[in-house]
Design a protein around this ligand. Structure first.
Ligand code: GDP
Ligand code: MG
Length: 640
């Protein structure tokens, strides 16, 4: 009995004219786009849309890939796929001959017939992952051009092994899972999960992993294999699985039959195997409906995958475009940071050093004047310094307020302890002096701290500046670091000495008569706050303050206001003079002295890595620009 041809024959080769037109219009451009991006080498910069094939060991991954590509991949028991293999399938004109290109670790190998592939891939794996049974994260890329393949890019990954055998690393399972995760977690990847139809699908590790990375199954398509090995009576549950009723996935399932071990032993060709697959589904009482619904056979899978990939690419286009824009900007900035490199001729080289140093010095001058260009979020050096000065003023004001509140108590305590024979009302100048000295002393540490903070700010800014200017010139950088550190330390020392002598001077207690009288008058004019306190019985009572205590407190208050104003200006002036003014001008002089020095030639020797980096950044710039152009064009098309 010849089977009725109820299934839709989906063969890309024999497409009807309108289908072919549709393919050329809607499919080809996207596949070509990703292909062009890939051949530009953009994969180094971002993840391109791809389909990753994952599954437990011996689930039939390689068999599916073989059936799709028409190329025999290495087979055997245990872990056969030991490196990620990118299988790029490119359909070409019918008359064109088959060609293959294997690339790994900078090596390129031409392949002339499908039967060369198996050995070439296993040789490449041995190079990357060693002769043993280990695995490697490094990619092997296999590009196949043929009239028999669909336009697809698939990534074959090692199968998930549960137990390590003797000659495998003990953590092989973790290594493989890490590798697989790296691929399936990418938004750009469609996960093709291969599961044998003759086992309980719920137990497969691969499906568990994709569930974790893609919980809603948005990017996951299930493939059941080995339908010919399903036990009698179990067919119904397989059909339910394919109909998405067991473990539902957004993209659902498909079922295929590949070459079994016996087929391989008998050297059954891949094309005959496809024919046999077709017949198998046509004649199968349970699975035939799946064929009718377009959920079975390798050719339909190929068509489905191409469609999925195209939709996926279309969806990712805006995102890819954006990523390229961001990378481009970063690359341009980085290139700018590296500069143009040193000229060859002597005059040019001299001028180059002069230019480098005067640019650096100019920025120092700008910093001193608070006129430097700054990055978006980074404030100017002087802005940071001014903030510290502001804090210093706040500290002084705080102290003045606290003093005003507590002076009477303090004076009372002091007189109680140190009073001599004198009657009340005889204000003791020594007491006044002692209290003044004690409080001024308390300000010395905060002033030194302020100096330390400013030193830190300037140090970090100058360090950043010198690195950004001389990064590419290790000798120059090293030569500059020396005066940067030494001179700052020197000026730190000088400023510290001055701040300390200021505080020594403050202990002399001095103010111009006129100034002092005015301040004292102002203090006396101020209404005195009523001093209330709770007495031992818990009543709120007014405190009586003796006349001499009040008088002394007023004097102290007046004097502190004067000292505080003096220190508020004086300490920042000292700090600024040494840490900004003196330090920067001496640093500039030190930098200029390098120009005529004997080792000037050495100073502009570029770091060997830099030229290389510049080259690779330029390459990246070029390829990203081309990629942007391609993507913009495709974005326009997809909106049409
Ligand atoms: P991988 O480890 O996931 O790559 O699995 P393979 O593709 O190497 O397949 C494991 C074994 O299952 C091989 O012996 C295949 O011939 C066999 N196999 C794969 N698909 C089918 C199928 O549809 N039917 C039968 N009977 N055997 C299959
Ligand atoms: Mg395999």
């Amino acid at each position: 009995m010849s089977p009725k041809k109820v299934y839709k024959k989906v063969e890309v080769k024999g497409m009807s004219n309108s289908l072919k037109q549709h393919y050329e219009d809607k499919v080809r451009p996207y596949i070509d786009l990703v292909d062009s991006l890939r051949s530009l080498g953009v994969e180094k910069d971002l993840n391109l849309p791809a389909i990753a094939v994952i599954g437990d060991q011996s689930s039939g991954k390689s068999s599916v890939l073989e059936a799709l590509s028409g190329v025999a991949l290495p087979r055997g028991t245990g872990i056969v796929t030991r490196c990620p293999l990118v299988l790029k399938l490119k359909r070409v004109e019918k008359c064109a001959t088959w060609s293959g290109l294997l690339t790994y670790k900078g090596q390129v190998k031409d392949l002339h017939k499908p039967s060369d592939v198996g050995k070439a891939v296993s040789d490449a794996q041995n190079v990357l992952a060693g002769d043993g049974k280990g695995i490697s994260q490094e990619m092997i890329s296999l590009e196949i051009k043929s009239s028999e393949v669909p336009d697809l890019t698939l990534i074959d990954l090692p199968g998930i092994a549960r137990v390590a055998t003797d000659d495998q690393p003990f953590d092989i399972e973790k290594q493989i899972k890490d590798l697989i995760e790296k691929f399936i977690k990418r938004q750009e990847t469609i996960n093709l999960v291969v599961v044998p139809a003759n086992i309980d699908i719920a137990t497969t590790e691969a499906l568990k992993m994709t569930k974790k990375m893609d919980p809603n199954g948005q990017r996951t398509l299930g493939i059941l294999t080995k339908p010919d090995l399903v036990d009698k009576g179990a067919e119904k549950s397989v059909v339910n699985t394919v109909n998405n009723q067991v473990i539902p996935l957004k993209k659902g399932y498909m079922i295929v039959k590949c070459r079994g071990q016996q087929d391989i032993n008998e050297n059954l060709s891949l094309s005959i195997a496809l024919q046999k697959e077709e017949v198998f589904f046509q004649e199968h009482p349970h699975f035939r409906p799946l064929l009718e619904e377009g959920k079975a056979t390798v050719p339909i899978l190929a068509e489905r995958l191409t469609r999925e990939l195209v939709e996926h690419i279309n969806k990712l286009l805006p995102q890819l475009h954006k990523q390229v824009e961001v990378k481009l900007e970063k690359t341009v900035n980085e290139l700018r940071g590296l500069g143009d490199g040193v000229p060859q001729e002597e005059i040019g080289r001299n001028n180059f050093l002069v230019g480098k140093i005067s640019n650096f010095n100019q920025v120092l001058t700008d910093m001193m004047r608070a006129e430097e260009d700054t990055q978006k979020s980074e404030p100017k050096v002087f802005t940071k310094i001014r903030k510290e000065f502001g804090k210093w003023k706040e500290q002084l004001d705080d102290k003045a307020i606290r003093l005003e509140q507590n002076l009477q108590v303090e004076v009372e305590e002091y007189t109680k302890t140190y009073r001599g024979k004198e009657l009340p009302g005889f204000v003791n100048y020594r007491t006044f002096e002692n209290i003044v000295k004690k409080h001024v002393q308390e300000l010395e540490q905060p002033a030194i701290q302020l100096l330390g903070n400013i030193i830190e700010i300037v140090h970090s800014c100058v360090n950043k500046l010198v690195s950004s200017h001389f990064e590419a010139f290790p000798h120059l950088l090293r030569a500059a670091k020396e005066p940067i550190e030494d001179l700052l330390e020197q000026e730190h020392g000088k400023a510290l000495e001055r701040v300390q002598s200021q505080f020594k001077m403050e202990k002399m207690v001095y103010s111009q008569d006129g100034l002092y009288s005015r301040q004292l008058e102002a203090v006396k004019q101020k209404p005195e706050p009523a001093k209330m306190y709770l007495n031992s019985k818990g009543y709120l009572v007014t405190k009586t303050v003796s006349a001499d205590v009040r008088e002394m407190a007023q004097h102290l208050n007046a004097y502190f206001l004067i000292t505080s104003d003096r220190l508020a200006n004086q300490v920042p002036l000292i700090v600024q003079y040494h840490v900004l003014d003196q330090y920067f001008s001496q640093l500039q002089a030190a930098m200029l002295s390098m120009i005529g020095s004997q080792n000037a030639e050495k100073l502009i020797q570029e770091d060997s890595g830099v030229a290389h980096r510049r080259r690779s950044l330029k390459d990246r710039l070029e390829r990203l620009r081309k990629a942007r152009q391609l993507l913009s064009k495709s974005l326009c098309l997809s909106h049409m």
